[in-house]
Design a protein around this ligand. Structure first.
Ligand code: AMP
Ligand code: MG
Length: 356
């Protein structure tokens, strides 16, 4: 059955629509909804059947745990057995917002929701539609990104319809999201907090807030396949467009020349070729389908547009995509983490000398 798509005002969500969506969740159904990061595929987090439905709808491996969303700080203590002081400090500073914390789970959280783990990922989103829905559903909504597993995360309701239109009961359309990349995940199950997934909130921001060491998960830094990332979901090829994507990194002029040459030869072989550039460089390319993901002066714009541009190339039927690199100051870690995964870690480093 095709999902009902209901348009909601992001700042003043319609009560009746939210009540209806909340009722669907209470009865074990699935509702896709906007958050400030990406669209989520929601089910009742305390209902094992609902979690299983989420895995089935996404085609997601069931060892890949779901994030439980809350809309009141008090609810945290109901689903975890312990909140370390550092986690309290981060909650105070960044919630509601794009931060997920991994904590030891309480018994009421079923293992179906946590992918069999004894810990649970918790987030308190800032989006008013998300908050209203979570409250209407009873307080605990398990929600991964509302995409088919392996595809770029949805930043608009139309992306959700494309992937899951037949698998959910309702889609709340609150317009395009603000951030466009999934939340920063911090693991508190060990002594030193560890970032399992970089996001809008950077490692440096966390270190500054806590005034202590915060580590980046080794599995994210090393591309060696013997070291697995700790977040089960981070090991899968993910966020990927259908085309073969390569990232080209180096001095700007050299990158433009390299991509132009590579695109020209791909086109000569009859391949449909896409180029991911910035506002500043997009006009300089003469071959292929060129898309800018934003200005290099505005990293939030780049983050917001990344997934949409990857999806647009899928719609074009691109065979190959060449992308510039985006090591921007604050969100660069998060942007490049997603882009590298989309490229299956195919990155070409060039220098002026090599290139001439
Ligand atoms: P998504 O639901 O698509 O935003 O992805 C959630 C991410 O959080 C995945 O990479 C999961 O593996 C990770 N995650 C969720 N719960 C846990 C947990 N208890 N321990 C480690 N990683 C988790
Ligand atoms: Mg996801």
């Amino acid at each position: 059955m095709k999902a009902e798509v209901v348009t909601v005002d992001r700042n003043r969500p319609d009560r009746a629509a939210i009540e209806r969506a909340g009722q669907i969740l209470k009865e074990g159904g699935l509702v896709a909804f906007p958050t400030e990061t990406v669209y989520g595929l929601g089910g009742n987090a305390l209902d094992p059947m609902a979690s299983m439905k989420i895995y089935a709808a996404k085609g997601r491996p069931s060892d890949n745990p779901l994030i439980v969303h809350i809309a009141e700080l008090d609810k945290l203590d109901e689903i975890v057995t312990e909140v370390p002081e550092k986690a309290r400090i981060l909650a105070e500073k960044y919630w509601p917002g794009p931060l997920t914390m991994i904590l030891p789970k309480a018994d009421i959280v079923p293992r179906e929701t946590t992918g069999g783990l004894d810990s649970v990922a918790v987030r308190f989103p800032s989006d008013p539609v998300a908050q209203a829905l979570i409250r209407a559903a009873g307080g605990f909504v398990a929600a991964p990104s509302a995409n088919t597993s392996g595809r770029p995360s949805p930043t608009m309701a139309s992306h959700v319809e494309e992937d899951l239109g037949d698998a959910v009961d309702m889609i709340l359309d609150g317009g395009p999201v603000g951030i466009g990349l999934e939340s920063t995940i911090v693991d508190f199950t060990e002594e030193i907090p560890v970032v399992l997934r970089p996001g809008y909130i950077s490692l440096e921001m966390l270190q500054e807030t806590l005034g202590c060491e915060v580590r980046m998960d080794r599995g994210l830094l090393i591309t060696d396949s013997s070291v697995h990332p700790k977040a089960p979901g981070m090991k899968y090829r993910h966020y990927a467009p259908k085309a073969d994507l390569a990232i080209i990194e180096g001095p700007e002029d050299a990158v433009i020349r390299y991509i132009s040459r590579a695109a020209a030869s791909a086109e000569a072989e009859g391949k449909k070729t896409g180029i991911i550039a910035a506002d500043e460089t997009a006009p300089l390319y003469r071959q292929g389908i060129v898309r800018s993901i934003g200005s290099r002066q505005d990293e939030e714009e780049i983050a917001r547009h990344l997934y949409g541009v990857l999806r647009d190339f899928d719609s074009d039927g691109a065979d190959v995509i060449y992308s510039e690199a985006f090591y921007t100051p604050r969100m660069g870690q998060a942007i490049m983490n997603r882009l590298l995964k989309a490229a299956g870690h195919k990155i070409i480093h060039i220098t002026e000398e090599e290139e001439t």
